[in-house]
Write a protein that binds this ligand. Sequence first.
Ligand code: NAD
Length: 303
Amino acid sequence: MSAILLDGAGVARQVYATLAPRIAALQRRGVRPGLAAVLAGDDPASRSYIRNKVRACAAAGLHSEVRDLPADCAEGAVLGIIDELNRSSNIHGIIVQLPLPRHLNGNRIVQSIRIEKDVDGFSWHNLGALVEGHPALVPCTPLGVIFMLDHAGIAIEGRHAVVIGRSNIVGKPLALLLISRGATVTVCNSRTPDIGTHTGMADIVIAAAGRPRLVRADMIREGAAVIDVGINRLPGGKLVGDVDFEGARARAGWISPVPGGVGPMTVAMLISNTVSAAERQAARSADSRRENGDAPDDLTGTA
Ligand code: NAD
């Protein structure tokens, strides 16, 4: 048996196609969705992620800005930039590329982003809304994983899903989304004694640990869906996930590759969140103009 390949790049292209009319509708109202990325330091992986995001914005017709700060920047400088972006009417979404240099308080910085512009979904408000079951802006990687499962027609409700990794940006929000969709969820972490006893019983295995070859073929059930979130650079420079792809492919029912799996979905969900944020902000400013008795938006396409 050879698993069905979950082609994240292909699914992402379909996401962009469904976003295009929404972006065009915003532009007819004089709104070009805008994303700002705050980058501090010179971590090559972070720079490459930002390049991909900027490229995706340009391809989708979004405005983007990168605020590039030196590794030794003061926290006040970062907070000052976020304050300016929070107030900018050209910017509807703000992200802070993680990890930040160690001397910066990442939590304080991320929590300073206006909730409506928190397109990474990392604010306590947006994470709390997810816990509550009323998600607003949801973290992009978990959202991309769920989108990918749905797109492939992989059932979630009533299935047993094992998530490897419990970070605030991937593992935990992903577990919450799966729970809200009716899955029975097991979350493993680095102290779980034998993750194979859990993954071996799962219908869906999602690896998000950042450990190459952590999930081997003998650890998964025949026919399971295997989603590889991990991104690991091997000493020779090769990019791999957390799953032994070739081995697992022969046993799984579905498998996502690295690269070309969850990565492009994460970027597509970021663009999608930015468009949603722009729509909400445009609706709110139209409401407040109406309340003030100002002229409505020009919907004729000439704005
Ligand atoms: P993290 O380091 O914050 O968290 C890793 C988690 O994995 C921790 O909860 C840890 O307990 C767990 N873990 C580590 N070793 C383990 C082991 N041997 N067994 C079981 N659990 C183990 O990382 P993160 O930010 O959640 O990212 C996880 C991976 O996903 C990284 O490789 C990262 O690069 C990748 N990632 C990919 C995307 C994407 O778009 N594809 C997005 C975000 C993160």
